[in-house]
Design a protein around this ligand. Structure first.
Ligand SMILES: NC(=O)c1ccc[n+]([C@@H]2O[C@H](COP(=O)([O-])OP(=O)(O)OC[C@H]3O[C@@H](n4cnc5c(N)ncnc54)[C@H](O)[C@@H]3O)[C@@H](O)[C@H]2O)c1
Length: 310
């Protein structure tokens, strides 16, 4: 095991990070988790720390000095620490502190320490409501909430530190991530858990409108491989979509979940006007730059999720 590559991983105790860290360890990286444990999974982190190749620094990205000190000796950075869209709407002040100032603290420290690569978790929500599908990285951005605005600003700040100090980065625009370990209140994908719970108790899922609104559901295992690929790719310094390229409507998702749970119910359609938003990623760039390809279909992923939550 080589000791000379250490990843500084903010938000390293969260849902997606906990799927990514085992892949990093397999590749011989050491990992320094930097997380305030507001939403972190302490038991999972303790198990990782027990491997001897992971350490936890329980601190907050809002403190620039703490970030700078803790990053000493690290060769790579993955920046995930954030507060969610819902919270950013409810409390924009906190969101700007964590998502905007926090981003800057991490990027500035990475530039100062001369790390080899920084990977930033951006989001498909930087596009706002897309005018066309699939959504391409060069499409017009229209971030609508403090969370989305900070993701977009984060990408721009990375460009600044690249020009100013030669920082090498990739910003991954994650689409609708799902999989084991996800918190139930996840902004877009909470519909999955709500529907599974209703189906389990024999109740039909309730769909607003005709269920035409769609998402690009990307399984967290596939996504985690994309994060590692972005840490190691030859080409860098760009935003890259990470999705499947397939938009699954809420009506289709419901069918998939009914089949996966194995119950004989029909969804209830709550007839009302809904804003039909749709999402699907153009993943040409991820294929070309990262050599990355999603492998888990939404049917497989949902079946597995239902089995695991049984
Ligand atoms: N889950 C999705 O569908 C999705 C979609 C697009 C983008 N993303 C992005 O991916 C990244 C990871 O998301 P996730 O779903 O794993 O989130 P998560 O909430 O499970 O993990 C975030 C982690 O950050 C930590 N954290 C929060 N505030 C902090 C602070 N001030 N200082 C230090 N640590 C702090 C939390 O304790 C938590 O462990 C985030 O940047 C998120 O914006 C997620």
């Amino acid at each position: 095991m080589s000791n000379d590559r250490t990843v500084f991983f903010t938000g390293g105790a969260g849902f997606i990070a906990l799927h990514t860290i085992p892949l990093l360890l397999e590749k011989g990286y050491r990992v320094r988790i930097f997380d305030n444990m507001q939403r972190g999974d302490r038991a999972a982190v303790n198990a990782l720390v027990a491997t001897g190749n992971v350490e936890l620094i329980e601190q907050d990205v809002r403190y620039g000095g703490a970030v700078h000190n803790a990053m000493k000796g690290c060769t790579h950075v993955i920046h995930f620490a954030t507060v969610s869209i819902n919270k950013s709407i409810a409390d924009p002040y906190e969101s700007i502190d964590i998502n905007m100032v926090g981003n800057h603290n991490v990027f500035a420290a990475a530039a100062d320490h001369g790390v080899q690569r920084l990977v930033f978790a951006s989001s498909a929500s930087v596009y706002g409501d897309p005018k066309k599908l699939p959504m391409h990285e060069d499409d017009r951005l229209n971030p609508l909430t403090p969370y989305c605005i900070s993701k977009r600003a984060g990408e721009d700040l990375l460009g600044f530190y690249q020009r100013q100090k030669g920082l090498s980065w990739n910003a991954l625009r994650f689409f609708n991530v799902y999989g084991p370990g996800q918190k139930i209140e996840a902004y877009y994908t909470s519909v999955i858990n709500t529907f599974i719970q209703r189906l389990r108790s024999g109740q039909p899922p309730v769909i607003d409108g005709k269920g035409e609104q769609s998402m690009d559901f990307i399984h967290v295992t596939d996504l985690a491989r994309g994060v590692v690929a972005a840490l190691e790719s030859e080409r860098a310094n760009m935003p890259i979509n990470i999705g499947t390229g397939i938009d699954t409507s809420i009506a289709q998702l419901t069918k998939i979940l009914i089949e996966a749970v194995g119950v004989d119910v029909e969804p209830i359609f709550n007839e009302r006007e809904v804003l039909v938003s749709r999402r699907a990623a153009d993943i040409t760039r991820a294929r070309e730059v990262l050599g990355w390809e999603p492998t888990i279909t939404v049917e497989q992923g949902m079946r597995e999720l239902v089995k695991m939550s049984a």
